[in-house]
Ligand binder design. Sequence first.
Ligand code: SF4
Ligand code: SF4
Length: 233
Amino acid sequence: MEIKIKRTPNEEKQSYNVDLENVTLLTLLNHIKTKIDPTLTYSHGCRSGICGSCAVRVNGREELMCTYKPSCGDTVEPIRYARVIRDLVVDSGSIDIFNRAGLAWSEGSREGNVEDEEMERIQTQSDCILCTSCASACPVYAVNPDFIGPFALTRVWRYVSDPRELSSHRKLAAVQTNGIWDCTLCGECVPVCPQNIAPVQDIRMLRTKSGRMGYNDPTMNFGGGLDFGSPIF
Ligand code: SF4
Ligand code: SF4
């Protein structure tokens, strides 16, 4: 099968002919690297869809190398909106930057039993493997590189809806700028998620919760300067 791979530094797509069928993209790249071109560079870890380190774009859609099975003619590129270090390897520093901007972690939890159904509510978001496929698919980064973005906002919702979390209010405050209101609700982040997470739904929930806490969508024109008040905490 023929496969094209975008290479650095000239960004040209290099074609490789590989005599392999019905294998994962990672197996195919390993074959190219060991048998054809040792300069080809990519990153991977667990080889089983858990570590999130092998996301790339195939024919314009985000995929994990270790689970995607390529077809003849596929074009492989690095994920978008991240600095390309070499070939398919990108700088993953944005993960920390966006999680930090949204305070997307636990800042302390209260003691107490949590009902099973409450844990089930946040289980899906807890399954995020930080592959950044959703961020690569998100059109907002083309106009706002500071957008906190889908994976961090999903994590924020996970902690905001955790009954043990002590700092939900601080997290809601953190996502008012470059956060929930910058999302266009286009849903592009949903089909690319290998963990079946729907960040757009979590962003909707954060908007609803923010509204209840007294925040407004800053893009709305309330004509006449109605004062909806400050957040109520
Ligand atoms: S729904 Fe929001 S976060 Fe998801 S891709 Fe669209 S703009 Fe980005
Ligand atoms: S939400 Fe899904 S697509 Fe986004 S980083 Fe987490 S696992 Fe990857």
